[in-house]
Design a protein around this ligand. Structure first.
Ligand code: NDP
Length: 293
């Protein structure tokens, strides 16, 4: 069997197009959603992400402002910028690009963000609301995974879902979202015993580990839906300056067993920025008492 490819790139483009329409409608009512992205230091991958976020926010008709600060920025100065953005009514979403340079306390920075503007969904208030079933700003990557799963499978009730990885950014919120969708959820991690057997029990398998091609075909239940969150760069081939990007799943082998699978690149990745824009629109609407259709 060859799995259906879940095309995150196309899915994300469609979501961004819907958001652009919604933003145009809001702008007609005098509300232009505003996103502020804070980038500290010169990390090349972060610079690429931040440029993509700015470009896609602008394409969707939002106001996007990047605050680029030097790597030696003091914690107090960073916190002062966040307080300014918290108080600015035209800024509806604040995102501090992680990781921060050494010497800066990411947890303190996340705590300083107004939870109503925390479009990364990392503030404990948002994490707690998500776990309690209260409306929350949900981390973008798991949100994007859920959209693709619902699109592919419809009702997820009763499905056995296994999430490999338990980070605050990905694994934990993913598990909460699957639980809220009535899945029976197992969260696996580096101490899990017999991980291949745990994975083989999954109707829905979400891999968020950060280990290239760790999950082989024999870890996958035939027909399962596989969402590969991992983004891993392999060492460059001789003569190439950059290595290939691969996921946590051995895609070529897994696609012969799975029912549906996301590729890397072009699967989960593009959904993350689209969901960031969606969270910004959500935050802008909530701040102005507007309910979304
Ligand atoms: P973290 O490093 O924070 O978490 C990795 C998790 O994987 C941990 O819970 C860890 O377990 C678990 N793990 C590590 N090794 C093993 C192993 N051998 N067996 C089982 N579990 C293991 O990573 P993130 O959650 O931030 O990201 C995971 C991956 O997803 C990365 O490749 C990252 O680049 C990618 N990513 C992609 C995004 C996108 O937009 N597509 C967005 C965010 C992340 P333990 O807790 O026990 O240490």
């Amino acid at each position: 069997m060859t799995a259906t490819l879940i095309d995150g790139k196309a899915f994300a483009a469609a979501l961004r197009a819907r958001l652009a329409e919604e933003v145009a409608g809001l702008a007609g009512r005098g509300l232009v959603p505003g996103l502020s992205v804070v980038l500290v230091g010169e990390d090349p991958a972060s610079q690429v992400y931040v440029r993509s976020k700015e470009r896609m926010a602008a394409e969707a008709g939002m106001v996007s402002i990047a605050h680029r600060l030097p790597a030696e920025t003091a914690q107090d100065d960073l916190l002062a910028l966040i307080r300014t953005l918290n108080a600015e009514p035209t800024v509806h979403g604040i995102l501090v690009q992680l990781p921060l340079p050494a010497g800066l306390d990411a947890q303190a920075v996340v705590l300083a963000i107004d939870p109503a503007k925390d479009v990364d969904g990392l503030h404990p208030i948002n994490a707690g609301n998500l776990a309690s079933g209260v409306p929350a700003l949900v981390p973008c990557t798991p949100s994007g995974c859920m959209m693709m799963l619902r699109d592919r499978l419809g009702d997820l009730s009763g499905a056995n879902a296994v999430v490999v990885g338990r980070s605050n950014l990905m694994g934990k919120p993913m598990a909460q979202l699957l639980l809220a969708a009535n899945c029976t959820v197992t969260v696996a991690h580096s101490r899990t015993r017999d991980l291949p057997a745990v994975c083989r029990s999954a109707d829905i398998l979400v891999a968020a580990v950060g280990r290239p091609r760790m999950i082989g075909a024999d870890w996958i239940k035939p027909g399962a839906t596989v969402i590969d969150v991992g983004i891993n760069r392999l060492p460059p081939e001789p003569g190439a300056d950059k290595g290939k990007l691969v996921g946590d799943v051995d895609f070529e082998a897994a696609k012969e067993v799975a029912g549906a699978i996301t590729p890397v690149p072009g699967g989960v990745g593009p959904m993350t920025i689209a969901c960031l824009l969606d969270n910004t629109v959500e935050a802008a609407c909530r701040a102005n008492g507007i309910s979304r259709g």
